[in-house]
Design a protein around this ligand. Structure first.
Ligand code: QAP
Ligand code: CO
Length: 179
């Protein structure tokens, strides 16, 4: 699947919920998860949301536990998938505290910036077996969940930078595209 990049407008839409009760819809979701897994692992990602592949629906996947083997030049030789987490129709129901992590995004390639987010979150969602779940996450997983959740809300991590930095970074990306 092709990954959309900033400033594509599909990345700006609030994604719609799935009709989780419908079997045809469940089949579509399962197929999409398989395609997104290949796309995420194939592009060295740790998270990917459906809007990033042009589907404005509430679904994202995360694997923060992959092992990456690199050669002496830092080139990736192999990756061993860890635990894949699937979030369907998710809703963050609690946030607390504050942390700063350096983030990147497959839709904003080559840009890495420190972002301020909640430290601990609780999220309600359906997993890949369409079972209703609730998870409380902290640390890096919490940050990645919030980043991917933002994609289903039409937001990118660069939108969360302090205003001066945000303008600078966005202008730099846009300039690079038109050259
Ligand atoms: C979200 O992002 C995330 O620019 C997942 O050239 C990442 O998987 C949240 C990637 C870090 C918090 C911290 C980005 C791959 C992958 C790039 C990704 C690139 C190649 C980004
Ligand atoms: Co992203």
């Amino acid at each position: 699947m092709e990954i959309l990049v900033f400033p594509n407008n599909i990345l700006r839409k609030i994604a719609e919920k799935w009709d989780i009760k419908s079997n045809t819809e469940r089949n579509r979701i399962s197929k999409l998860i398989e395609d997104m897994k290949l796309t995420m692992y194939g592009s060295n990602g740790i998270g990917l949301a459906a809007p990033q592949v042009g589907i404005s629906k509430r679904l994202f996947i995360i694997d923060v536990e992959q092992k990456v083997e690199k050669d002496e030049d830092g080139e990736v030789i192999s990756r061993i998938p860890g635990e894949l987490l699937v979030f369907i129709n998710s809703r963050i129901i609690h946030k607390e505290g504050m942390v700063i992590y350096e983030e990147g995004c497959l839709s904003v390639p080559g840009v890495y910036e420190e972002v301020k987010r909640a430290e601990i979150i609780t999220i309600e969602y359906y997993d890949e077996n369409f079972e209703k779940k609730q998870m409380t996450a902290e640390g890096f997983l919490s940050v990645v969940v919030q980043h991917e959740y933002d994609h289903t809300e039409g937001k990118l991590f660069i939108d969360r930078l302090p205003v001066v930095r945000r303008t600078l970074v966005k202008n730099r990306i846009l300039k690079g595209k038109n050259l």
